[in-house]
Design a protein around this ligand. Structure first.
Ligand SMILES: [Zn+2]
Length: 425
């Protein structure tokens, strides 16, 4: 007697003390109990770990795979220099068609979903000079083609928004991204008001004005270091207060938090917690002195994680794999600032659980979906079934994604997207 569409049996979750069965009907988790009978299809988790769909808070799908297609990563023969990146980005964007960018972006989303991430946020480069809104058009196209496997928030980020043409392009890009049946389909992006735009106040005034006009949230790259970066965060928070944008802003990277003493870290994070300024870090660039433990354990501080670039001219390394990213974080945070009393905390079970929180519940708060996220009755059935018994063993082993479920449908098995969900190869 089948009552439910699908049953995930014998699942260990972080949400429940005992192993449970999870019953799904019409894409929604309907019942969670120790023993449920009756479903058209049964997936036996065999007591292994089942997570809510992973959350990748920071990608760049419009650049992805720009380095692919040759025996070794294209344009990767010199070390990282901003000039080199700017030149290669320009060369790539000068010749790439909307169709090519859309295909690569679609490929990137597919890769993320096969790795278990069904909730994504991607920045998209827009400007008046090189691409106009072409990358946004490509990203929106990729989102439409992958709507049944991922919820994708798009963050158009201008490079010349302090010019009138650039500002107009940014407005247009936001309008293009607004139409999708997910929470916050589009946000406003931007980066480095000091070193990038050379005008902190005008940048913030412009960004908040645009965001308010479209009633969208904000996610900025704050990459400036040291006291300049901290001053930038302070001004960002001042503008959040001025405009009433509490809980609506993300500061991606925020490297400067790695450069200041503990007492100052606590001051800045307390203010951020009070205002609801959210942070995102990305494994390739997380500074080893970043106060990640403090951020993950301090009340009301929100820190999500992103896999950033995939196989492009910024980072040739990148598999859109949040679990792999946590393995890197666990190892590189060895030398973090709590070296004395907490050396290797991130390798402890508690530390790995906190890392896991970044790609699940903390990420949900960054994306503003916390009220519909997690393995609870009534939530969308976005799940990942692993072949390991816990988040800790999953991080250590890289954990095979045996099944990825999006809205109750199995969309990937054994780390591969199912053919019927594959738009590009
Ligand atoms: Zn980025």
């Amino acid at each position: 007697m089948a009552t439910y569409d699908l049953l995930v049996e014998d699942a260990y979750t972080v949400e429940h003390d005992d192993v449970v069965d999870i019953a799904i009907e019409d894409g929604v988790i309907r019942e969670i109990a120790p023993e449920i009978d009756g479903a058209e299809r049964v997936i036996d988790a065999e007591g292994n770990f089942v997570s809510p769909g992973l959350i990748d808070c920071h990608m760049h799908i419009d650049k992805s795979f720009a380095a692919a297609g040759e025996r070794v990563p294209k344009g990767n023969d010199e070390t990282f220099l901003f000039d080199r990146i700017a030149r290669q980005e320009r060369e790539y964007f000068d010749q790439a068609s909307i169709e090519e960018i859309r295909e690569n972006a679609t490929r990137d989303v597919q890769m993320a979903v096969a790795a278990g991430s069904t909730y994504l946020r991607s920045h998209v480069t827009v400007d008046a000079e090189i691409r106009g809104t072409d990358n946004m058009e490509a990203a929106v196209g990729a989102r439409e083609r992958t709507a049944d496997i991922a919820d994708l928030q798009l963050v158009p980020a201008g490079r010349d928004e302090l010019t009138s043409e650039g500002l107009e392009t940014l407005h247009e890009a936001i309008e293009m991204g607004a139409d999708a049946p997910i929470r916050d389909p589009v946000l406003l992006g931007g980066s480095d008001p000091a070193s990038g735009n050379n005008d902190i106040e005008r940048s913030f005034e412009t960004w908040f004005e645009v965001a308010e006009e479209h009633d969208v949230d904000i996610d900025l790259h704050i990459q400036d270091g040291g006291t300049l970066g901290i001053y930038t965060l302070e001004r960002l928070m001042a503008h959040m207060r001025r405009v009433g944008y509490q809980d609506r802003v993300t500061a991606s990277h925020s490297f400067a938090l790695a450069h200041i003493p503990d007492w100052r870290v606590e001051e800045v994070l307390s203010e951020a917690a009070e205002l609801g300024l959210k942070f995102v870090t990305c494994y390739q660039s997380t500074r080893s002195e970043m106060p990640v433990k403090t951020m993950l354990t301090m009340k009301d501080v929100i820190l999500g994680h992103g896999t950033d670039n995939d196989r492009d001219f910024v980072f040739a390394q990148g598999n859109a794999d949040s679990v792999e990213a946590l393995f890197v974080e666990m190892n590189k945070l060895h030398g973090d600032r709590t070296f004395v009393e907490d050396y290797r905390w991130f390798e402890s079970n508690e530390g790995m659980a906190a890392l896991w929180d970044m790609i699940t519940y903390q990420g949900a708060r960054v994306l503003g979906i916390e009220d519909e996220y997690g393995i609870e009755e009534g939530n969308p059935a976005n799940l990942v079934v692993f072949d390991e018994p816990s988040p800790q063993w999953t991080i250590i082993s890289g954990g095979t994604r045996e099944y990825v479920l999006k809205d109750g449908a199995v969309v990937a098995e054994d780390g591969e997207l199912l053919p019927e969900y594959r738009v590009v190869d």
